[in-house]
Design a protein around this ligand. Sequence first.
Ligand code: AMP
Length: 284
Amino acid sequence: MSDCKKKTAHNIAEIKKALGSSDGRTVGLVPTMGALHRGHLSLIERAARDCDTVVVSIYVNPTQFGPTEDLEGYPRQLDKDIEMASGAGADIIFAPADDELYPAPVFTEIKINELVGLLCGKKRPEHFSGVATIVVKLVNIIKPDIIYFGEKDWQQFVIVKKVFKDLNVDTLVVGMPIVRDADGLALSSRNRYLSQKQRRSAKALPAALELAHDMIKNGERRKDKIISAAKEVIAAEPSLELEYFSICHPENLVEVETIKGEMLLAAAVDAGGARLIDNKVIKI
Ligand code: AMP
C-alpha cells in the first residue's frame, strides 16, 4: 500500500487525526475534484515546495453543479488520483463522502453579491456560491496556511480571494499558471469527454485568445474588431459553440471600454456538451 493510501482520510475525524497538532509546521491545501492531470500536479508540487504538510482534497462538490450539469458523469478515479497526488508530493488525501460534508439538513451557504453574474456566472448562476461554500468549509476543517488554485479558473481564483478578504479568512491564496497540452489546450478533467474530432477542434479556444492577444500586441485598439476576429476562430469549428468571449478587468471582471493596462481575455465554449474555459491575463 502506498504511503498516501495509508494517509487517505475519508471523514473529518480522520483528517484531523492525520493532521495532528501543527506544531508550527505549515500546511498547504490543494482543493480538487479529482480526475487529476498535470495541471493539478503543478499545484501539488508547488505546495510541496512551500509547505511542510500538503493536503489534497478530492471531492466532487455537488453544490457547485447546476441541475442540468455533469455531476453524475463527472470522472471519478480515486485510487489513481491517490497515486498521482502522492507522487507529486501530497502527504494526506482528504476524500470525504457527501454526507460527511453536507449532513442534512443544511441551512447555510455563502452568498456573493458581485462578480458571480459575469463570465461563467451568466450560465452558472449558483456555481460560485457552491465553490465558495466548499472552499471555506475545507479551510475550516484543514486550517491551511496556504491554499492553491489554478489560474485556468480565473473567476474562481478572484472570487475566492475576495470571499477570504470579506470573511477575514486568514489563509494565503496562491494562483498557479495554466498548464496546457502541446497544442495549447488547457488541461481539464472535462477534456476526456471530447471525441477525437472535438479534441482537435478545441485548440481553437486557446488560438482565439492568442489571436486577440497578438492583435493587441500589434497595436489594434478596436475592441469590436478584436472580439469579432477571435469569435471567427471559434466559429470556424462547427463542433464548438461559443458561450462568451470577454475582454475585462482582471480583478473586477467588468468589460473594458478601452484596450489598455491590465486585462483579462477570457472565453468559454461548449464542445458537444463539454464546457471548456480558458483565459489569458495581458498587459500593455
Ligand atoms: P478541479 O479539479 O477542476 O476543480 O481543479 C482543481 C484545481 O486545479 C483548481 O484550482 C483548478 O484551477 C486547477 N487546475 C485545473 N486545470 C488546471 C490547469 N490546466 N492548469 C493549472 N491549474 C489547473
